[in-house]
Every structure is written in C-alpha cells, then in structure tokens.
Design a binder for this molecule. Structure first.
Ligand code: SF4
Length: 331
C-alpha cells in the first residue's frame, strides 16, 4: 500500500535583500518532483551537495511548505489526503505520527536538557499514545525500546552529552520509531559517524525494517551505503530527479551521464573495476538560483546534443522500472 506520493513538487526559497528585504530571486531547490513510496520499501536518494535531496525529505515531512505541487498522504485505511491543503486535525496528527525523520547530526537533534527517557517519550506524549495512569508501562516501554536499538535500559536516566555519536543516533532512532511510524526519512544518518559505527547503524535500521515493514527514504551522498539499504534509488541533480531504477539495475546499467559519472567515482577494491575509465565531471554544479536552460546537466555533460541546452528532457523508460531524463534515450 502506498504511503506518500508527490506530483510536480516544487520548493523555491526566496532570496531577500535591501532595506525592505525585497525578494530579489529564488533558490530553486526542487523542480517538479514526482515521487512515490509504499509500505516496506526503501528508496535511496543520492546526488551531490545542494542537489535538493535534503530539501525533498524536509518538504515531505512538512518542515518546509511546498511552493507548488501536491503531496498525497495515504492514511492507514487507504484514504488519500492532499497534505498541503488538508485542515483536518486528525489527518494532520496521523500524518505527523506516521512520517518520522532522523537527521545527519545526532549532536544537534537531541535536546541537551532532557533525559533520554523524556526525549524518547516526547513524541508518544504529543500523540497521546498512553493514558494518564500508565506510568509503569511507559517505563517498561522505554526499557524495551532502548534495548531494541542496542542501548542499555539504564541509560534512560542519563543526558545526551554522556553518549558517543553512534549512541546518540541510536537514541534519535528510538525516539523516531517510538510512535511506530509507517515511513522513516533518514537524512544522511551515518555521515557524521565513524566508519565502524556507520555499519552498526545501517544494520540496526535494516533490522527495524525487517521487524516492522516500515518504509525508508534513505538520503545520502554515499552511494555504497545507499546501495546496501535501498530497493530503488533516485538520482537528483539541481533539484531534478534525473534517474530512477532498482538498486542493482542502477549500479549495473546506469543510463544518465550524471549517474554514470557518480558511479565511476566510487573507489573499488576490485582491480577489474578499478581499470574502468573514470568519467570526469567538468566544473562545479551550476547555481540553483540561476539554473541552466534545457537539461540542467548540459553544461557538464560530455554527450550533450544540439537540443540539450534548449529542451528539458522528459522521463523515459529505458527498461522496465528504469526511468531516465536524458535526450540520448528519446531520439
Ligand atoms: Fe547530457 Fe543531453 Fe542527456 Fe542532458 S539530455 S544528460 S545534456 S545528453
């Protein structure tokens, strides 16, 4: 069953300047993004910094309001709601419970003045998932939850500064899953952690998914990590989705020249693979304030065609379930 879909989702951030803070331009962070995720699925989102992947995650949970486009939320009974417009308090509350997010930096995402017990309990209290007389069951619940994420239940009485980065990310995960969400958006959840701890967090998330059938959106610039987590990967460039395919298909037969360049940059221990030509990306990504006309990748593309700077390519199915926005596949 679907959980979220988007249609033509746009997010522009206004740039203000002058004494009266007039709007003088926009950072075009998301351009007409179409996206969907169903229960139990993991979608990886990759791309260089500033490509819009974190903005996508934050717009889906409504930390940012979309500039235009539609976000449809499928509630547990299968009813659909346009979440950018709905005013229904119950729908909003179920949506906020169902869609949770964990962030890159576990140092910033936990309130240093609260105990771990209170941090983990806060979403449960907000959504009134316990009645007033259930103090004992709250404590039992916290103990079980901490054990589930690999932390000692006695840690409930401590404060965030007493923990390492990996332990704090486990606390953030416990807090997010405390309300049994249907979708967890993970925004670079391992990039602030040591390499040895990264794999522990990835394994923990995988275990949680196997137990609960939760869906994940896994945002990362680390293609290896995304490959190990995801069923499907979408590649973003300058606010646009340029390719979408099942993980193995994307790694074995990427179609978009930008994805091919990303793939060729992955260091490999396999000597055969190391011999493959590295595709060098020319220059830096253009500014999202003034993006290029036509295909957003054309200033850096070694295969660009005559129409590439004039006409934006549509998504084309290059193989079943494998979509790519490139004129090379529409000729
Ligand atoms: Fe390159 Fe043209 Fe394809 Fe864009 S549409 S990736 S410029 S070939």
């Amino acid at each position: 069953m679907k959980i979220l879909t988007t249609k033509d989702l746009k997010k522009y951030f206004p740039i203000r300047s002058g004494v009266f803070l007039q709007v003088t331009g926009y950072v075009k962070a998301l351009e007409k993004v179409d996206f969907e995720i169903s229960e139990g699925e993991t979608i990886g989102v990759v791309g260089e910094s500033g490509c819009g992947k974190s903005t996508l995650g934050r717009t889906l949970v409504k930390i940012y309001e979309p500039t235009s486009g539609k976000i449809t939320y499928y509630d547990p009974s299968g009813q659909t709601h346009d979440i950018s417009k709905t005013l229904d308090k119950n729908v909003k509350s179920t949506f906020r419970k169902d869609i949770q997010m964990i962030f890159q930096n576990p140092y910033d995402s936990l309130d240093p003045r609260m105990t771990i017990r209170d941090i983990v309990l806060e979403p449960i209290e907000t959504h009134e998932l316990f009645t007033k007389d259930e103090k004992k069951s709250r404590d039992e619940f916290i103990r079980e939850l901490l054990a589930k994420v690999g932390l000692h239940p006695e840690y409930a009485r401590r404060y965030p500064h007493e923990f390492s980065g990996g332990q704090r990310q486990r606390i953030a995960i416990a807090r997010s899953i405390s309300v049994s969400p249907r979708l967890l958006i993970c925004d670079e959840p391992t990039s602030a952690l040591d390499v040895s701890v990264q794999s522990q967090i990835i394994n923990l998330l995988k275990e949680i998914q196997q137990e609960t059938n939760m869906a994940f959106i896994f945002i990362s610039h680390n293609l290896d990590v995304v490959y190990h987590m995801s069923d499907r990967i979408i590649v973003m460039y300058l606010g646009n989705i340029v390719e979408s395919a099942p993980s193995t298909e994307l790694f074995d037969s990427s179609a978009h020249p930008y994805t091919q360049a990303l793939m060729s940059a992955i260091p490999s221990w396999n000597p055969q693979k190391r011999k493959l030509d590295k595709i060098k990306l020319e220059g830096e990504p253009p500014s999202p304030i003034n993006p290029p006309s036509g295909c957003p990748f054309h200033p850096r593309c070694q295969y660009r065609l005559e129409q590439c700077d004039k006409l934006k390519p549509e998504f084309t199915e290059v193989k079943e379930g494998h979509l790519c926005a490139c004129h090379l596949y529409t000729r």
